[in-house]
Every structure is written in C-alpha cells, then in structure tokens.
Design a protein around this ligand. Structure first.
Ligand code: NAP
Length: 490
C-alpha cells in the first residue's frame, strides 16, 4: 500500500493553523519503521493558550444552543464516521499496529458513541421536587461545566477521544483536545470529520504536541474547567498533583489509568472456553489494552491441562502486519513499548518465573522492519513478582496457580490496580462470589476482560482511576454537567 505522508495542523477557533513553534516530529508505522505516515507539529504552550482562549470565547453561545440542535451535529458526525469506516480503519492499523479487524471494531465503536450521545441530547434531564410551600416549584437543571481539557492515550486513539468529546459536546461544553503523540493522525481524522459535521468555530479545538512539553499547560491553563485524562498512572498522578498545587479554580478531574487485570480459571471452568477467552484477552490488540488480561489465575486441579492447551493455542497465533489478511496479532505500537515488553521478559526470567512460550521476536520476511514480538507466557509466577504486579502493556501473560476460589480472589485483588477482571466457570456460586469480591470497576463472567459496550458505565478503582465519575453510558453525563437547584414561588 502506498502511504501518503500528511501534514497535520492544529484546529483553533475553526481555522487550521500552523504551530507558532514551527517544530515537527514524524509519525512512524510500527509494522514498518521505514514508513513515515506524517509530519506532526510539535506545538508549544502559546498554541495551547490560544486553543483555550478560543474554547472559552465559544462556550457561552454553544452552551446556549438547544441540546437537540447539538445532538443533530453528533448524529451527523456518526454518519460521517460510518461512511469513512474503511479508510479510517486502515489508517488506524497503519499508525497503531492493531489488526484491520480490530481497527474496524474500534472505528465502528466511535461512530456508535457519537450516535449514542446524539440521542442523549434528548435526555439531559433534571428533576422536580416536592415543595415545602404552596404556589412553588422546586426543580434542578443540568448545565455544562465550561471548557474541558481532553488528554488521551495511543492504544484506542479514536474510541477514547470519542467517548470523551461526544458527551462533552452534547452537554454544551467546549473542548481542547491533545491526542497521544504516537497516534496523532487518526485523531486528526476524527477532528476533521467533526469539523466537517459543522460544529461551530472554537467548540472543538485540536493541538498536537508532546505531553512532556505542553501537558502542564493543558492542566493548569486558567480557562480549564474540567480535565478528562486517560493514560498511565504516573502521568495521571502528576496531573492530579499539579492541578491540586495550582487551585486557581477547583475543577473536576477524571483520570482513567492502568490495569493489571486477572482472569480466574475456576476448577468448574469449560477449559476450551477458558483457552479461547484468555488467548483473546491477553494477546488480542497485542496485549495493549488497559483491560487486557495480564494475569491468569488457575485452579491447581486444572492448571496443567489448561497451560498445555493455552500454550498450544497461543503458539499458533499469526503475528504480522495488521493489514495482511489472516494476521491475528500486530506489532508493539512503538519502539519504547517493544523495549518495555522485552525488559519485563528479562525481569520475569530473573525473578525465577518459567518461560513457557515466546519471550523473543519473530523472524520472517519484513518482520525485522517492525516492532514485532511473540506472544509470551510465564508460568510458576508468584503474586509478589514484578511481572505479576507492574503493568507491562504488551503480549506478556503471567500464569499463577491457586488452591481454591478464595485464594484466587485474594491473588486477583493483590495489585494496586483495579480496572477489569473475569472468571471462567460453569458454577453460578463461583461466578457470583467472584463478582461480589473482585475489587475492580468492571467484572466479567465467561467473557474477555477486554471489550466494553458503549451503553455500560466504565471506570476503575484503586490506582486505575480517580473513581469519582464513570465514563461511557448515560453516566458520562454526570461528569460533563453540573446540576443547579431552583426554588421558585409565585
Ligand atoms: P501516557 O503516557 O500517560 O499518555 C496519555 C496522554 O497524556 C498522552 O496524550 C500523553 O501525551 C499525555 N501526557 C503524558 N504526560 C503528560 C503530562 N505530564 N501532562 C499531561 N499530559 C501528559 O499513556 P499512554 O502510554 O499514551 O497510554 C498507555 C496507558 O494508558 C496505560 O497505562 C493504559 O493502561 C492506560 N489506559 C487506560 C485506559 C482506561 O480507560 N483506564 C484506557 C486506555 C489506556 P504524549 O503522547 O505526547 O506523551
């Protein structure tokens, strides 16, 4: 496929603009590092300030636009995303590396999210309350917060921006969006569609640039009324502290962060199903999902059989360029991700875990040009080992063996993260016990830890989230609006 290099500009006040800094960096395809996909602007704080001023100026008029009218623009954006699904999916695979099938699922999700929140326009309801006096009406209304600063990661680079921007806009907020520097092109693709859908100038502003360089301005700018961030715990914790130390205004902060998600394989599991679910949860999306299974916790009675079947299945996974038909696992998304995966593989070996699959890079035609890595499984992993505690964010799975369900639940909860978890079991009591005692934001039974539905609330607990508001579903509206109580007597 011939790759057209694109120059990506910032969108500020409805105008495509060059950064005042004049610096660029190149967007490299992870499946073929000889391909540059685009020249991306390394914006500076002056660009960010201009974007926030534009968002602030546009807020009053957008907030005053009837919600139903706002919703119509989201419906239009959904249709445009749908119409461009194939082109965007190919771009997503080229830029992030996931397989084309995975990309199609993600772009479809983005379209569904805009459609869903377009519909929410008609449901931005308040309440009425019994009054304590006659000839009185007590009610509450929802109002937008103002300007939202949106910071997103590279691993779902169109779905996550969509699930922040769509509810923010439909609720009447304006947005400044800074995408991840590893995946600015697909974010640019989304913003171009939203611009084309007709959102008024300044309602959505887009600025590329590194978090290290412009992150502080995205967090501390005087016009920021709310921050919605998804990314690593370290960056999230820094944002939380930085904003707390600069309380010009006390604002809403939503941080969704890492995971170390367990799948428990109970003694009553259907093992064929368990193998299929764990393979998909651990190695689908190259293990680069915040919801990926990175620990499989197996009952000792079924451990030997399960391990053999899992290794046999994972060894057959077809690793390669996600654009090629039949490929089941794409490359690591960047050189730094690949290096991190390989570093943790060394750590696992040094900690005394048993490497039962992978641990190396695949060989083959064209594979040396990309950041490919084989699916990797360690068994005999102890819960206190680094590979069982730290987020690796790649196709590296740790297998732990336990004596019973109580121990499985204890081990599952034994990390600082709490995003998703799953149990595979045919026994209802085990499923319910696990669902009740698992310390996470999302529990699945006989399903993958990955895969979220847009109508369901999503968010983590512990170090996975600030856990004050959920994302997705109707609940996202709680973050993006505030309620005003009105006491009226006549
Ligand atoms: P990251 O390095 O924390 O970056 C996330 C975003 O924040 C990027 O746009 C990044 O910009 C920006 N950023 C980095 N440092 C910043 C700072 N000091 N101030 C403000 N912004 C800053 O995370 P990532 O590597 O892109 O994504 C992987 C992480 O995201 C994993 O930990 C994964 O678990 C997590 N994640 C969580 C969820 C969830 O819903 N819980 C979903 C997906 C991913 P640059 O790209 O320019 O550095």
């Amino acid at each position: 496929m011939q790759v057209q290099e694109q120059a990506v500009r910032n969108l500020i006040g409805g105008v495509w603009k060059d950064s005042s800094a004049g610096e660029i960096f190149y967007d490299i395809s992870p499946a073929d590092t000889t391909k540059s996909l685009g020249a991306i602007q390394q914006s500076d704080n002056a660009d960010i300030r201009e974007a926030f001023e534009s968002a602030s100026r546009s807020f009053a008029e957008w907030a005053d636009t009837p919600p139903i009218e706002r919703g119509k623009l989201l419906f239009k954006a959904a249709e445009m995303l749908q119409g461009d699904l194939e082109r965007l999916s190919r771009l997503l695979t080229l830029e992030e590396g996931k397989t084309l099938q995975e990309s199609r699922g993600e772009v479809q999700r983005a379209a569904d999210i805009f459609r869903f929140y377009g519909g929410q326009a008609a449901r931005l309801k308040g309440d009425t309350f019994p009054a304590s006096a006659s000839r009185s009406l007590f009610y509450s209304v929802r109002e937008p917060l103002g300007v939202v600063s949106v910071l997103t990661p590279w691993n779902f680079p169109i779905a996550i921006p969509s699930w922040k921007i769509a509810p923010a806009l439909v609720c009447g907020n304006t947005v400044v969006f800074k995408p991840a520097s590893k995946t600015p092109l697909i974010a640019y693709g989304l913003v171009r569609i939203l611009h084309g859908a007709g959102f008024p100038a300044g309602v959505l502003n887009f600025v590329t640039g590194s978090g290290e360089k412009v992150g502080d301005e995205m967090v501390t700018n005087e016009h920021v009324d709310a921050i919605s961030f998804t990314g690593s715990y370290d960056a999230g914790a820094r944002i939380y502290k930085l904003r707390g130390d600069n309380p010009k205004k006390m604002i809403r902060i939503q941080l969704e962060m890492g995971g170390k998600n367990p799948t428990v394989v109970d003694e009553h599991a259907d093992l064929a199903k368990a193998v299929q679910l764990v393979t998909q949860s651990a190695f689908g999306l190259t293990g680069q999902a915040c919801t990926a299974t990175s620990r499989v916790i197996v009952h000792e009675k079924v451990a030997t059989e399960f391990r053999a079947k899992l290794v046999e299945r994972a060894a057959r996974l077809n690793v390669g360029d996600g654009l090629e038909p039949g490929v089941e696992m794409g490359p690591a998304a960047s050189e730094s991700e690949l290096k991190k995966d390989l570093k943790f593989i060394e750590i696992g070996k040094n900690e005394g875990a048993k490497l039962v699959l992978g641990g190396n890079r695949p060989e083959g035609e064209n594979l040396e040009r990309g950041y490919f890595i084989n699916p990797t499984i360690f068994s005999d992993v102890g819960s206190d080992m680094e590979i069982a505690q730290k987020e690796i964010f790649g196709p590296v799975l740790s297998m732990l063996t336990v004596k019973n369900l109580d121990e499985a639940i204890e081990v599952a909860n034994e990390t600082e993260y709490g995003l998703t978890s799953a149990v595979v079991t045919e026994k209802l009591a085990s499923a319910l016990e696990f669902a009740q005692r698992s310390k996470v934001g999302v529990v699945k039974v006989n399903r993958t830890t990955t895969g979220l539905e847009f109508q369901m609330p999503f968010g983590g607990v512990k170090h996975s989230s600030t856990d004050s508001f959920k994302e997705l579903g109707e609940e996202a509206v709680e973050f993006y609006t505030k309620k005003k109580a009105v006491y009226l007597s006549y």
